[in-house]
Structures are given as structure tokens and as C-alpha cells.
Ligand binder design. Structure first.
Ligand SMILES: CC(C)(COP(=O)(O)OP(=O)(O)OC[C@H]1O[C@@H](n2cnc3c(N)ncnc32)[C@H](O)[C@@H]1OP(=O)(O)O)[C@@H](O)C(=O)NCCC(=O)NCCS
Length: 173
């Protein structure tokens, strides 16, 4: 049976942290945009295990950002990974289906936000995410940048507000 747990990122022990960083590095470290961007540190990690073995995980960044200049609390999803041996067995589905509500209820997020590659848009759409055409601004050490690939949003109640400008007010995730 798949079991879902969550942990504050600060409470991970060095071994757990190292393992999650290594998993992300294996999956995403080859992409220029990933290597050349400074990323936000996550606040939470959600883990899915099968018989005490890690099967999948993702990170969550909680951020007070801005939609068209108005403050908005975002739950930022990143580094969603199903370990290769478990792919195609609904691990990622199970994780998202059992945790997305928490972002709104427990963390009081108003929207979920993720930055993703073209080939994953359909995957996330299954769980209620929608593409936004808003301009996405984020900080880097050299100044403000604009995200040029996909950004998807998730709402709680199904109500949909499409801002023209989303300012992440910090590093991206
Ligand atoms: C994307 C990923 C997390 C999916 O995990 P998974 O546990 O294998 O996914 P699931 O088994 O829950 O798949 C759910 C559905 O999405 C579909 N799906 C899975 N991976 C997909 C992909 N890359 N693109 C489109 N659809 C996909 C499945 O076919 C399945 O559909 P079905 O229910 O009709 O059969 C996994 O392939 C992975 O870790 N990829 C590498 C890292 C990555 O790219 N992460 C995303 C970062 S934004």
C-alpha cells in the first residue's frame, strides 16, 4: 500500500536531504535552465512510500507573491519525482490526489503554482492544474527575470482568476 507523509524541509536529517537532492540532480541536473538558475529552498517535502521504500516525492515552497500587484499566498510545487522502479504505478497521482487539498486547508494557500516542461502539461492537467499565459517574474542574483516556459496554476474551489502579471517575489521553484 502507498503511504504518504510530509516533513518540514528543515527537519530532514542530512542523509534524507542528501538523497532528495541527489534524486533531483539525477532527473533535472542535465538541463541548462536548471543548472543556470538559482532556486528557492523548499519549506516542505511530501513523500510517498511503498512498504517503507521511497517511491516518490515532491517539494513545496510557500511564498507570499503578487498577482497584478496584489498579495497572494502560493503553494509552489517542484521536484516532483517518481523513482524509476515505481513509474507508471500511480505514485505521483496518489501523492497529488492526497496532498493538494492540504495546501489550501493547512497552509492557507490561495493558488498552487508550478513551472514545467511542455511534456508534463497534460500530466498536471489531470489533477486540476491549468496553464496560465501571465508573465512570470522572479528574482535572480543578477536582477529580475521573466520565465519563458510553461507556468500552471491550481485553485482550490475551481474559481479561476487569470492575472496578467505574476511576481514570485523571490527565487523561483
Ligand atoms: C512525471 C512523473 C512524476 C510521473 O510519475 P508516475 O508515478 O509514473 O505517474 P502516474 O503513474 O501517477 O501517472 C498518472 C498518469 O499520468 C500519465 N503520465 C505519467 N507520466 C507522464 C508524463 N511524463 N507525461 C504525460 N503523462 C504522464 C500516466 O500515463 C498516467 O495516466 P493514466 O492514469 O491514464 O494511466 C514521473 O514520470 C517522473 O518522475 N518523471 C521524471 C521527473 C519529472 O519530469 N518530474 C516532473 C517535474 S515538473
Amino acid at each position: 500500500m502507498l503511504e504518504v507523509t510530509s516533513k518540514s524541509y528543515d527537519d530532514l536529517n542530512p542523509e534524507e536531504r542528501h538523497r532528495l537532492i541527489a534524486l533531483a540532480d539525477d532527473e533535472f541536473g542535465g538541463f541548462d535552465i536548471v543548472r543556470n538558475t538559482e532556486w528557492a529552498s523548499p519549506n516542505w517535502v511530501f513523500l510517498c512510500s511503498y512498504e517503507n521504500e521511497l517511491a516518490g516525492c515532491y517539494n513545496l515552497v510557500l511564498r507570499k507573491a503578487e498577482f497584478d500587484g496584489k498579495p497572494v499566498m502560493l503553494a509552489g510545487l517542484n521536484n516532483m519525482i517518481t523513482l524509476p522502479a515505481f513509474r507508471g504505478r500511480r505514485v505521483a497521482s496518489h501523492l497529488l490526489e492526497n496532498t493538494q487539498k492540504l495546501w489550501f486547508n493547512q497552509f492557507k494557500a490561495e493558488y498552487g503554482l508550478l513551472l514545467c516542461a511542455d511534456q508534463l502539461v497534460e500530466f498536471y492537467a489531470q489533477f486540476g492544474w491549468r496553464l496560465t499565459s501571465a508573465e512570470i517574474r522572479y528574482k535572480q542574483p543578477g536582477g529580475i527575470r521573466v520565465w519563458s516556459a510553461n507556468c500552471m496554476l491550481l485553485t482550490n474551489e475551481g474559481s479561476w482568476f487569470e492575472p496578467e502579471l505574476i511576481d514570485l517575489c523571490g527565487l523561483p521553484w
